[in-house]
Write a protein of this length. Structure first.
Length: 152
């Protein structure tokens, strides 16, 4: 009988700890439960513009010599593709944004397919193809920047 009481108490304790995530005590002041959730990406036009601003300030975009920076730009290419997805999800009815986002996505896919650094494991890399892929990605990011600049 005593074991049953102890087991019941333990189960009640465990179940009490499984409360919902909307418990105000578990969410920091000033945050909604959606904002507190890990892995939730803000998919607003402003979020896309903020991410794009960072991409446009990166040396992978600003360098006058893409040949000098391309080995360090795999992550930048991935981030710009993420930014493009954010923009397309935030403004799905804006044809300029969705077309530019598709262009950035295609540039990313091409860069990865070429085996450029930080995107594909091992193998030999064609420097000219990777530099060309970076230039293509930069051009696509230009189009996304123009589209987001005119989007509401």
């Amino acid at each position: 009988m005593r074991r049953l009481v102890v087991l019941a108490a333990v189960l009640l304790g465990v179940l009490a700890g499984c409360g919902g995530t909307d418990n105000p005590a578990s969410i920091p002041s000033g945050q909604s439960s959606e904002a507190a959730a890990p892995g939730v990406e803000n998919r607003s036009p402003d979020a896309a513009r903020n991410k794009l601003r960072l991409a446009l300030a990166d040396p992978c975009y600003t360098s006058s010599d893409p040949r000098a920076v391309w080995p360090r730009c795999g992550r930048w290419v991935e981030e710009t593709a993420s930014t493009a997805r954010t923009a397309a999800n935030a403004l799905p009815d804006d044809p300029a944004v969705t077309a530019a986002a598709a262009q950035v996505g295609a540039a990313r896919d091409s860069y990865v397919a070429r085996g450029c650094p930080a995107t594909a494991p091992g193998g030999t890399v064609d420097v000219g193809a990777c530099v060309g892929g970076l230039v293509t990605a930069r051009t696509a990011v230009d189009a996304l920047s123009r589209a987001l600049g005119s989007a509401p």
